[in-house]
Ligand binder design. Structure first.
Ligand code: AP5
Ligand code: MG
Ligand code: ZN
Length: 214
């Protein structure tokens, strides 16, 4: 099963993608997580990506597409994968489509997690992330058992550099300009499904399982 998660920054793509990956036993591929891991390890890719990410801008397609196209051809992707945060532009969607076509494949679902802008800023200001294992919390709706500490791995939780309110607003603008057109793109391909992302997280997941099948 090959799935794309669509949705605004903070809509819950990552939260849902992790659960999908666990339930259907497929890899969770988050370009944001890959860039953040590269920043943490101070790689050349990380240094390049950081200048864009800190401003709330998209990392250029040429740094992003090859990375994903390589990743989805690895062995663990044979039975499928869930893409989180990619594609984010029409050229990225086309690059993905072309790469899969060469393998005689295509995407099965694009799931749009729909959350209005009003809800987003609040969610982001409460988000806490574990940079070690990728777990995400919210200080009010999904708190860790011990404040500031990851339930999974015991590492310290941090506020992401791009979660400052002014950067969040910038990311929302970028989303509407560059990523939202993908909703029509995948609707035209006949694979778009929409879920109400303002519901509690387990209800959103139940709606997704309804779409994908148990
Ligand atoms: P990325 O890491 O993909 O960030 P994003 O799209 O802005 O999305 P987020 O990760 O912020 O939100 P999410 O939808 O995953 O929500 P989450 O589950 O965490 O990208 C970061 C940057 O990297 C980009 O700005 C760009 O610069 C670059 N980049 C990445 N991919 C790129 C690409 N393909 N091309 C170019 N550049 C790229 O949830 C948010 C919060 O809400 C959490 O605290 C969570 O606990 C909480 N929450 C989740 N669900 C619920 C719920 N149902 N109810 C209440 N709270 C909830
Ligand atoms: Mg995410
Ligand atoms: Zn952790």
């Amino acid at each position: 099963m090959k799935i794309i998660m669509l949705g605004a920054p903070g809509a819950g793509k990552g939260t849902q993608a992790k659960q999908i990956a666990a339930k259907y036993d497929i890899p969770h591929i988050s370009t944001g997580d890959i860039f953040r891991a590269n920043i943490k390890n101070n790689t050349e890719l990380g240094q390049k990506a950081k200048t864009y990410m800190d401003q709330g801008l998209l990392v250029p397609d040429e740094l992003t597409c090859d990375l994903v196209v390589d990743r989805i051809q690895q062995d663990d992707c044979k039975t499928g994968f869930v893409l989180d945060g990619f594609p984010r532009t029409i050229p990225q969607a086309e690059a993905l489509e072309n790469a899969l076509a060469k393998l005689g494949q295509s995407m099965d679902y694009a799931i749009d997690v729909d959350v209005p802008d009003e809800n987003i800023v609040n969610r982001m200001s409460g988000r806490r992330a574990c940079l070690k294992c990728g777990a995400t919390y919210h200080i009010v709706s999904i708190p860790p058992k011990k404040e500031g500490v990851c339930d999974n791995c015991g590492s310290e939780l941090v506020i992401r550099d791009d979660d400052k309110p002014e950067t969040v607003q910038k990311r929302l603008n970028v989303y509407h300009e560059q990523t939202q057109p993908l909703i029509d793109f995948y609707s035209n391909k006949g694979i778009l499904k929409s879920v109400d992302g303002t519901q509690p997280m387990d209800r959103v997941f139940a709606d997704i399982v309804n779409i994908l099948g148990a």
